[in-house]
Design a protein around this ligand. Structure first.
Ligand code: NAD
Length: 485
């Protein structure tokens, strides 16, 4: 177990304490115990980080490089992430409470892959020559924006830092990054990696501390050109409104409560596996979790019986054990919130099939919980619980399944389990979500673009689309006077 970790701020290429010397305890959700502390920044530190980022952008020692030169550094970052993978995997596991299995095979490799992927795209960025009818030669370029404020959540600290930093840096921006207050550790290691990879000073700056005070300062700072935000819908709405008022760019990746549509013609074993993965991965703290099981009526009883038989065998417990699949929730506060949803669901007429009470084993453990019998307007169906809690509803027709799937304010990821691929394609087209998995749940790599509809946000991460958030188009129109006779 990691012990006695002390992280600092990274501003203008220097490791620093906060300007008032404050530090804050870092706990592990696995036991609730303190494992170290993090420098707790002030708004003066945010101002210093923004000033450093702006100065680096203006100096041009990163922004003025060619895409190919920037790609070399991004490739080194990916290599150093792989070199330091075990250190990163342990830090992410202990800090967030993720089983080490997943930080080793998902979080750390995905972060490395993301830098490599955008290293490739950095070398292919180009404008266009347009066939104008004007007496002119016209071309477009895509330019970096300047200083990006990156605000990331607690549930995938490393991957979601990489999914912002890699595209933002690939096209020449400078960044001020603030991870979530509960989970600062992997960002501190990543900052060291960026430094060791040769990123010029001031191009990446790390601020750790309180969300509202520091996040708001980053959002409001006049020298921050654009905000890349992943987090809750409530905070994201405030951030987007402020950016609108200030006329700055914003990308939001917000909450979800994905529907998993299981048709009677699905392979039941695969459907059971997909359904369980969909709601227990990352202990349900997954914006793209499938937490609303919509099952065709004739499959309801066999599927529920198969789920009830399989769920108790999903290993829950010691996050350091490679066999563990379910770890704790991130904090006592979050566990209380999840349990509150479950208690209110029962009060509203829901029946618990399995789970339903916090586990008494130390740490913030909550078991996979399946609830049947809720109406579509129940809070646990309509809202984001963000824990391992699955609600179950039935449908009789394709139309009804689609209507139920689209009936909440969220629309991030959904799943369709069926052996009829034409049906899957027909339904995928009508689901209000940015990502649809068919006969599966959760497969992602940097080529799989994701993002929301409705209250799940406006951003797109991964793929070439992410680059659009971090650049603006400029047109150049050069007059071509008629050639004199
Ligand atoms: P959160 O909204 O509490 O915090 C997100 C980030 O914003 C943190 O860095 C936090 O410190 C900061 N912040 C808090 N208050 C702020 C304010 N007033 N102004 C500016 N910044 C502020 O989210 P969380 O609890 O860390 O993360 C869980 C949420 O994130 C869930 O809703 C989940 O669905 C969502 N999420 C979405 C995606 C996606 O891709 N759509 C991915 C992961 C998580």
């Amino acid at each position: 177990m990691l012990q006695d970790v002390h992280t600092q701020l990274y501003i203008d290429g220097e490791w620093r304490e906060s300007s008032d010397g404050a530090r804050h305890d870092v706990l592990t959700p696995a036991t609730g115990e303190r494992i170290g502390d993090a420098a707790w920044a002030t708004t003066a530190d945010v101002d210093a980080a923004v000033a450093a980022a702006k100065a680096s952008f203006e100096r041009g020692d990163w922004s003025a490089l060619s895409g190919r030169e920037r790609a070399r550094v991004l490739i080194r970052i990916a290599a150093l992430i792989r070199e330091r993978s075990e250190e990163l995997a342990i830090a992410e596991s202990v800090d967030v409470g993720k089983p080490i299995l997943f930080t080793r095979v998902v979080d750390v490799p995905t972060a490395a892959d993301t830098f490599e992927y955008y290293a490739a795209l950095a070398q292919t960025q180009a404008g266009e020559i347009r066939d104008t009818t004007l007496p002119a030669f016209q071309y477009t370029t895509r330019e970096a924006l300047g200083v990006i404020g990156a605000l990331t959540p607690f549930n995938f600290p490393l991957i979601l830092a990489a999914s912002k930093l890699a595209p933002a840096l690939a096209v020449g921006n400078s960044v001020v990054h603030k991870p979530a207050e509960d989970t600062p550790l992997s960002a501190a290691i990543l900052a060291r990696i960026l430094e060791d990879a040769g990123l010029p000073r001031g191009v990446y700056n790390l601020i750790t501390g309180t969300g509202p005070a520091l996040g708001e300062r980053i959002v409001e700072h006049p020298d921050v050109a654009m905000i890349a935000f992943t987090g809750s819908t409530a905070v994201g709405a405030k951030v987007a409104a402020k950016c609108g008022e200030l006329g700055k760019g914003v990308m939001t990746e917000l909450g979800g409560n994905g529907a998993n549509l299981v048709f009677a013609d699905a392979d039941i074993d695969r459907a059971v596996e997909a359904t369980i993965n969909a709601f227990v991965f990352n202990t349900g703290q997954f914006c793209m979790a499938g937490v609303r099981l919509l099952v065709e009526r004739e499959l309801h009883d066999p599927l529920l019986a198969a789920l009830a038989a399989a769920i108790p065998h999903v290993p829950i417990g010691d996050i350091a054990d490679m066999g563990t699949v379910i770890g704790p929730l991130v904090s006592q506060r979050h566990l209380d919130r999840v349990h509150g949803f479950v208690k209110r669901a029962v009060a509203a007429g829901g029946t618990i099939v399995t789970g339903g009470e916090p586990l008494e084993r130390g740490g913030f453990y909550y078991p996979p919980t399946v609830i049947t019998g809720l109406g579509n307007d129940a809070e646990a169906v309509q809202e984001e619980v963000f824990g391992p809690v699955l609600t179950v509803q039935t449908f009789d027709t394709e139309e009804e399944a689609i209507a139920l799937a689209n009936s909440t304010r969220y629309g991030l990821a959904m799943g369709i389990q069926t052996s009829d691929i034409v049906k899957a394609m027909r339904i995928a087209k009508r689901l209000e979500a940015g990502l649809i998995w068919v006969n599966d749940w959760g497969k992602l790599d940097p080529t799989v673009t994701f993002g929301g509809t409705k209250a799940s946000g406006t951003g797109r991460e991964n793929g070439p689309e992410a680059l659009h958030h971090y650049t603006r188009t400029k047109s150049v129109v050069i007059a071509t006077p008629p050639v004199a006779d």
